[in-house]
Design a protein around this ligand. Sequence first.
Ligand SMILES: C[S@@+](CC[C@H](N)C(=O)[O-])C[C@H]1O[C@@H](n2cnc3c(N)ncnc32)[C@H](O)[C@@H]1O
Length: 209
Amino acid sequence: MAEGRAAVQEFFTERAARWDAKFPDDGPAYASAVAALGLRPGATVLDGGCGTGRALPPLRDAVGPSGTVLGADLTPAMLEQAVLKGRDGAAWLLCADAARLPLRDGALDAVFGAGLISHLPGPEIGLRELARTVRAGGVLALFHPLGRAALAARQGRQVTSDDVRAERRLQPLLAATGWRLDSYVDEDNRYLALAVRIRAGEPTGGDPA
Ligand SMILES: C[S@@+](CC[C@H](N)C(=O)[O-])C[C@H]1O[C@@H](n2cnc3c(N)ncnc32)[C@H](O)[C@@H]1O
């Protein structure tokens, strides 16, 4: 599911006020996905497509008071909910496109993206932009509290092999955009792909079996 920016904003504006109430039990899954990033105190991390900011408090806990947490989202209504919930106390919020970030090259140690990649109109452009902003050796977590099959079932559709989150599609996409897929989990109650920002000329790993 990839849509234009206006369609994304319309879709999430309609849902913003009810977003957190719809998924009340996701907190521990977000905390555990954030832990998988292995952030150190003082690190700089971006939550790309942060929405209402559900991941921002655990990201702040991970980097501590000396770290920097940025939350970027395309939909102002989602960011307004983040502010209403006081999550702007955990992060700097930016109304920005994850595919065109107002950040310098290599500014970030890590990016967390929950439910983001399927909404990017061009996942290659988005992943390349995230790679531009992350230092070599930095980490990307693509997360969803539901695996692909469970999410498709909830949305009343079949899981498809051309889904950008499928390992066979994601691995080469990451390799082409500056990342090496390090681990991949697609279970009913957890989707988590972890990738490392590669240095120029570094191998990206082979095709998945
Ligand atoms: C499925 S929601 C997930 C929100 C939040 N990460 C969470 O897990 O609750 C996807 C979010 O990504 C945002 N989004 C979609 N495309 C984006 C883009 N190109 N740049 C920044 N945000 C984007 C949407 O506005 C929406 O808030």
